[in-house]
Ligand binder design. Structure first.
Ligand code: NAD
Ligand code: UFG
Length: 334
């Protein structure tokens, strides 16, 4: 099976490419390299022995996309490409709608033209908004109370996929709602190395540990949680990557939706402690006020993916921290 990964040089795409290649899938990658580096392809080759064919194309470049699909002969697309900086999306909403929603429409048009009817889409737990409960299940109503344009783009794209599936009976879409991806490949060769300014917890912890950022700001210790800090469901990126493989093996007509998470919540201070334990170093932090739009606690109910995709997470926060530190050591040697 020949699979195109849009955004495949990015953090989650590159880890997914490795898992697919290991299982014998033929993988091609397209990316505009806005938030990733071409050298990722060499790392994939170092790990798997295969260097995927690469297209430097923008989702918004209709001609370039058409040419790539004309050459490709793909069976399926995993659509990772998108902008994901929540804060920036509040300042530049049009850029986010154009890139993420407009880009996806271009992709879907191209797929239709070239007879590709299977897509897996990188969605996010953000589509649940504030449900008033911490444990999230796929059948909950989505799209209410999303606090930023980035999250809105994920919701809108989910709705577009549902509409396309209504219109085209042979269309197969699997929507994967990721919780909080963390960690790196155990080889230490690839991990999260964003070009943009990080605003997620792990990339900030990484930059504090290297001294690039002075200290971690912990956004609030007065939530209704055991230690007062926010709780999220942190999933190792290799487990997440394997979730994509499980998903493409079980594609079916219509739209299928799965949470990809561990089912377990971890607080910010527990993440700090886990990083300190793995690195043997203190991580400087200070408690500051709450960040606008943050929820106290969310975690996945991953039982649908376990039942239908025969997938569940295997790695722990400790694994994620050890692999992150291994990756940081690799980056420091460069
Ligand atoms: P990433 O930024 O590392 O990867 C995304 C890739 O898409 C980048 O390499 C970027 O250059 C590329 N890209 C962006 N716009 C493009 C365009 N117009 N044309 C071509 N390429 C383009 O991000 P990631 O963490 O690997 O996330 C992958 C997907 O998963 C994204 O859609 C993201 O919104 C989603 N997601 C991520 C998280 C997370 O916390 N990492 C959580 C939920 C959902
Ligand atoms: N946090 C801090 N300090 C920081 C950064 C984060 O204390 O500098 C805290 C947050 O308050 C939150 C937790 O760490 O309690 C996780 O924050 P992230 O920004 O890493 O993750 P979020 O859960 O807020 O959001 C992420 C992605 C969204 C995605 C969502 C659900 O940024 O794109 O997960 O998947 F939609």
């Amino acid at each position: 099976m020949k699979v195109l990964l849009t955004g495949g040089t990015g953090y989650i795409g590159s880890h997914t490419a490795i898992e697919l290649i290991k299982l014998g899938y033929e993988v091609e990658i397209m990316d505009n390299l806005f938030n990733s580096k071409i050298t990722v392809l060499d790392k994939i080759e170092e790990i798997t022995g295969v260097k995927p064919k690469f297209y430097k194309v923008d989702l918004l470049d209709k001609e370039g996309m058409d040419k790539m699909f004309g050459e490709g002969g793909y069976d399926l697309v995993i659509h990772f490409a998108g902008l994901k900086a929540v804060g920036e999306s509040v300042e530049k909403p049009l850029k986010y709608y154009e890139n993420n929603v407009g880009g996806t429409i271009n992709l879907l048009e191209c797929m239709k033209k070239h007879g590709v009817n299977k897509i897996v889409f990188s969605s996010s737990a953000t589509v649940y908004g504030d449900q008033g409960v911490a444990e999230l299940t796929e059948e909950m109503q989505t799209g209410v109370g999303i606090t930023n344009p980035y999250g809105e783009t994920k919701h809108v794209i989910e709705e577009i996929l549902k509409d396309v599936a209504e219109a085209e009976p042979d269309f197969e879409a699997t929507i994967l709602r990721y919780f909080n991806p963390v960690g790196a490949h155990p080889s230490g060769l690839i991990g999260e190395d964003p070009n943009d300014i990080p605003n997620n917890l792990m990339p900030i912890i990484m930059k504090v540990s290297t001294g690039e950022i002075e200290k971690l700001k912990v956004y609030g210790d007065d939530y209704d949680t055991p230690d007062g800090t926010g709780i999220r469901d942190y999933i190792h990126v290799v487990d997440l990557a394997k979730g994509h493989v499980a998903a493409i093996e079980k594609m079916k007509p219509g739209v299928s939706i799965y949470n990809l998470g561990t089912g377990k919540g971890t607080s910010v201070l527990e993440m700090v402690a886990a990083f300190e334990k793995a690195s043997g170093k203190k991580l400087p932090y200070e408690i500051v006020g709450r960040r606008a739009g943050d929820l106290a606690e969310i975690f996945a109910n991953p039982s649908k993916a376990e039942k239908e995709l025969d997938w569940k997470t295997e790695l722990t926060i400790e694994d994620a921290m050890n692999d992150t530190i291994n990756y940081l050591e690799h980056l420091a040697k460069k």
